[in-house]
Design a protein around this ligand. Sequence first.
Ligand SMILES: Nc1ncnc2c1ncn2[C@@H]1O[C@H](COP(=O)(O)OP(=O)(O)OP(=O)(O)O)[C@@H](O)[C@H]1O
Ligand SMILES: [Mg+2]
Length: 247
Amino acid sequence: MKLKVKNFNVKINNKDILNNININFKKNSIHALIGPSGCGKSTFLKSINRMNDLIDKFTFDGNIFLDDKNIYDIDEVSLRKKVGMVFQKATPFPKSIFENVAYGLRIHGIKDKKFINKKVKESLKASALWDEVKDKLNSSALNLSGGQQQRLCIARTIAVNPDVILMDEPCSALDPISTFKIEDLIQKLKRKYTIVLVTHNMQQAKRVSDFTSFFLNGHVIESGKTNQIFLNPKKEKTESYISGRFG
Ligand SMILES: Nc1ncnc2c1ncn2[C@@H]1O[C@H](COP(=O)(O)OP(=O)(O)OP(=O)(O)O)[C@@H](O)[C@H]1O
Ligand SMILES: [Mg+2]
C-alpha cells in the first residue's frame, strides 16, 4: 500500500507544528523519521492514523492518501485497521497474552474461535515471540519482559492485517539484545508491510531503514535514500544533525 503525504500542515493552539510536509512512503520499505526532540515526528506519525483528531485545538490542511484514498474519507475504525501503531513504551492490556493479540480481531467483530486461535498463533510467530510464550498464552501479558511486551504489541498490531505500521521509537526503552530482536523483526516485516519508524538512534536508522526523512522545527529538511542521507547529505543542517553537532 502506498502512503502519500501532500502539502500537509498542522497547527495546535494556532501554533505551527508541521509545515508543508511532502513525503511518499514506498510499499515494502522502512522509512525512518529522524530529528531533534520536539521537531514534530510523533505529531506527524499520529496524523497518519488520525490520532491527533483527539487533541483539542488541532487543525490541519493538506492531504494524506492511502493508495490514492484520502484518509479522511475512510472511517476511523477501518483506517486504524489499515494503519497500525506501536509506541515507545509497550502498552499491553492487563489481560492474558492470548487476549492481547485477539483483541484487535474481536473489536473488528470476529467471533470464529478457530480463526482467532490461528491468527493469534500466526501473529505471535510473525513477531518472533511464539517460542517464548507458547506454553503460557493464558498468563498475564504484564509478566513479560519489556522487549517481549513490545513484540506482543507488534503481534497485536499485525493480527488485523494492516498495510502500514507506524512505530514511534519502539526500542528506546529496550536493552541492546531486545533492540536487536525488534530490528531484526522490523526488517522481516517489511516484506509484507510499509513501515514508518521514528528513531533517535542514528545507528538504528542506518541499520534498518531504506529511506530517511530529517525533520527540524516542523519542516522536512531532507528526504532520501538512507545511504544518501547519511553518507552524502545535501543540506548543511542534515550534515550537522547526523554528525551530532546539535539535537
Ligand atoms: N497535545 C499537544 N498539545 C500541545 N502541543 C503539542 C501537543 N502534542 C505535541 N505538541 C507540540 O508539538 C511539537 C512537536 O511535538 P512532537 O511530540 O511531535 O515532537 P517529537 O519530534 O516527537 O519529539 P520527541 O523526539 O521528543 O518525541 C512540540 O512543540 C510539542 O510541544
Ligand atoms: Mg515523539
